[in-house]
Design a protein around this ligand. Structure first.
Ligand code: HPA
Length: 265
């Protein structure tokens, strides 16, 4: 319902816009919305879109062109930890799919486990571990809920992103992202456990959105900006303030990567 209502609002303002690719921007990474030559609509005006949200997120949808490609950018996200809803981004993602986006590019801030991917660097998500035990598809009644998550982070897209990074002189390493429910940060023991389980980084988002994107038939990819070493692995005090302060360090590289990637589409 809300998806159709949101589409009505969008169509009334912009005619019938199309998008080729959709983006979700993580904490402190929202300024990419300003790089788009287009029109923005506040989430408040879009039924079913998350309201308010978390500081550090730009809560608007921007539709327009970036590097000549029709894009739809979700400037901010709702997280599972806000209201306990793993499907909080379902309507926005359904809207992206309805606008024609067959690809989701998710971004986030994360804590790294790897000294070779330190704060300020980017990590290309190769796969994920759902450490929350929750799925955005709980309650979905159709058999489509049994989503296959092999190659959820599209291998061909990852190859292109690695090539673009090399060309642009951006260090990009692949790793496994673990979704932790939040909103509290992890304990050092949890980080040790996640490391043993095979994760390279941890964060509080992206996984439910990628599951929803695959459910909706979209390809997915994700890039994390490392804002800190995870709990127990670094010297800095982990905090949301620190995340917001550090994200811009990686954001410049991320924008360069995204622009290079769009030029390849
Ligand atoms: N843990 C979880 N989420 C995060 C972190 C972290 O260390 N850093 C940025 N987002």
């Amino acid at each position: 319902m809300s998806t159709q209502e949101s589409l009505k609002v969008i169509n009334a303002r912009l005619g019938k816009p199309k998008a080729r690719i959709g983006f979700i921007l993580g904490s402190g990474l929202g300024h990419l919305t300003e790089a788009v030559d287009g029109i923005s609509i506040n989430y408040d005006d879009l039924p079913g879109f998350p309201q308010a949200g978390v500081s550090g997120h730009a809560v608007k949808l921007v539709l327009g062109k970036l590097e000549g490609v029709d894009v739809a950018v979700l400037g901010g996200r709702a997280h599972f930890y806000e209201k306990g809803q793993a499907d909080a981004m379902r309507v926005p993602l359904e809207v992206l799919a309805a606008l024609g986006a067959n690809q989701l590019f998710a971004t986030n801030a994360c804590g790294s486990f790897r000294s070779d991917i330190p704060p300020g660097e980017l990590m290309l998500i190769a796969d994920h571990i759902n450490f929350s035990g929750r799925s955005p598809l709980i309650g979905e009644p159709t058999d489509s809920r049994f989503v296959n998550l092999v190659d959820a982070y599209d291998p061909a897209t990852r190859t292109i992103l690695m090539e673009v990074a090399a060309k642009e002189g951006i260090t990009l390493k692949e790793g496994v992202y673990a979704w932790y429910s939040g909103p509290n940060f992890e304990t050092p023991a949890e980080i040790r456990a996640l490391k043993i389980l095979g994760a390279d980084a941890v964060g509080m988002s992206t996984v439910p959105e990628v599951i929803l994107a695959r459910f909706l038939g979209m390809k997915a990819c994700g890039v994390s900006v490392v804002t800190n070493m995870a709990a127990g692995l670094g010297y800095e005090q982990i905090s949301h303030e620190h995340t917001k302060a550090m994200a811009p360090l990686g954001a410049t590289k991320l924008e360069k990567l995204i622009r290079g990637f769009l030029r390849r589409l």
